[in-house]
Design a protein around this ligand. Sequence first.
Ligand code: GMT
Length: 376
Amino acid sequence: MKIAIVCYPTFGGSGVVATELGLALSRRGHEIHFVTYKQPVRLETISSHIRFHEVNVPEYPLFHYQPYELALSSKLVNVVKNYGIELLHVHYAIPHAYAGYMTKKMLADEGINLPMVTTLHGTDITLVGNHPFYKPAVNFSINHSDFVTSVSESLKDDTLKFFNIKKEIEVIPNFIDVAKYQQQAFTDCQRGIMAEDDEMIISHVSNFRKVKRIDDVIKVFFEIQKKLKARLLMVGEGPQREPAEKLVRELGIRDKVLFLGQSNEIDKILCFSDLFLLPSETESFGLAALEAMVHSVPVISSNTGGLPEVNIDNFSGFLHEVGDVEGMARSAISILKDPDQLAKFKSQALEAAKKYDVNEIVPRYEELYQRALATA
Ligand code: GMT
């Protein structure tokens, strides 16, 4: 199949999922065309089955806001016609589903029927899409997609709750390439570069937005380090980084917390982590938790959104109410203080991650595409 994928090219979860999906589909023989404003961060593999088309939005003095949707839909029309694209898959509803709908309409005018699949990822429904400024357009473009998927049961429920949806929403969860991580030969994870031998390594990876409750990460760690020798690795960039650094100074734990910024070495960091913290306010799936689990890192998370579908309570880690810092710290200490318990949770985290293996999930997208083509 020749498939165009539209996504955000940034470090965010939806862009990562879209890129990994495109790469996996290309390995399965499909021709994948990424259409976005910058090369996606994980799109390193150049293969004859992968193309990247950059959307340019020229500056013009009259534009207070650059008309990205217009440029994107025009680019898509050209890519579809020039490369014989059979199907469009847009990730993150805003503004991609809207631009995709316009693309379909423009092509229909020329007698071309292009089926469109929209994948809902999270904040496009729960935070941004739900805002009255966007809601009518998001509602409209979901209802006018040919097929709609969400990354968890919880996100499907939220979509049906917040919007007036007439379309069937199919749940196709996020995925991970289990074999790839098992092949990575970090036999010695070089823990020594980050911590002393007797120190536990706790990590958090995110875009440091308010929704991630970065303060809770710090506060949970503050409680942990009172009981055990531990170090916290904070990976990522975003608006909450500065307040977090301030809190770390105020709590007097500056020597135990490392802010590593946006790192390309997440795999190494997770490889030498003993525990992962994800106390988010809302999380439609929690790809970061799954990435930790595939590295055999147990997860202490909130029990919000899709997290209970990924992080299995008292198996791959523990779940607590949003904001329950004390409970999260207690669970973390219970895992970390006992080497047998830690080993058990580490192996269980990997076991739980296997349910989301790429080879289980990607064929479900292929089957959906076949249906979309058959009905086109
Ligand atoms: O807000 C973010 O965390 C980024 C956002 C995105 O779309 O880039 O992540 C969402 O999509 C991910 C991939 O499907 C999910 O794993 C995240 O849970 C989800 N984030 C939230 O719901 C907050």
